[in-house]
Design a protein around this ligand. Sequence first.
Ligand SMILES: O=C(O)C(=O)C[C@H](O)[C@H](O)COP(=O)(O)O
Length: 222
Amino acid sequence: MSSPSDVQSPPSPLREGVGSLLSLVPVVPVVVLDDLDHAVPVARALVAGGLPVIELTLRTPVALDAIAAIAADVPEILVGAGTITSPELVARAVEAGAQFLVSPGTTPGLLGEMAGSGVPFLPGTATVSEAMAVLEAGFSEMKFFPAEASGGAAYLRSLASPLPAARFCPTGGITAASAPSYLALPNVGCVGGSWLTPAAALRDGDWDRVSALAREAAALGA
Ligand SMILES: O=C(O)C(=O)C[C@H](O)[C@H](O)COP(=O)(O)O
């Protein structure tokens, strides 16, 4: 790794038992990583900006190794795996060190595997029926994806009365500008988004930019 962890940090209090994934931070940074050497610096930049949570999408070849590197070298962050699209990926993500799991959609097999994983998880939903199926299985926290394309904050607001038990982390197309309209909803605990880690900032190693974007996002919860 390019960034040795010569400074020993205390483990994240978040790792001491995550009650609700939706109550940790206002914005969960969703990160698409192409270069393994960026894993630890980007995690540290997010922590420095006040967001000690990171979701690595399992969309790139280095994603599982990146989770392992962050879990080993940045104990003060809670590291999770996104893009869990098949039951097989659950065990692979947890073995790599993922401390939470996020899926874009939900199938019965995937939900069963995530529920048995021993780590918190957010099953993906985009419709009323999908949210009802997740509730029926006994889980009240879920991802709403793709948020903007599926009806945005207006759609989620419409679910609050008929499905008062469901709580969402909307993700997909959300920006710093649109995040507050979601966070104001009674059935939203946090939002997810990749806008905190722009591809150009990762490519250029511009960790100060990542920290600045994280700081701005962390303030949305104030
Ligand atoms: O790959 C995954 O795990 C997904 O399900 C999709 C991601 O959550 C979105 O790509 C993040 O949304 P953006 O902020 O619009 O980039």
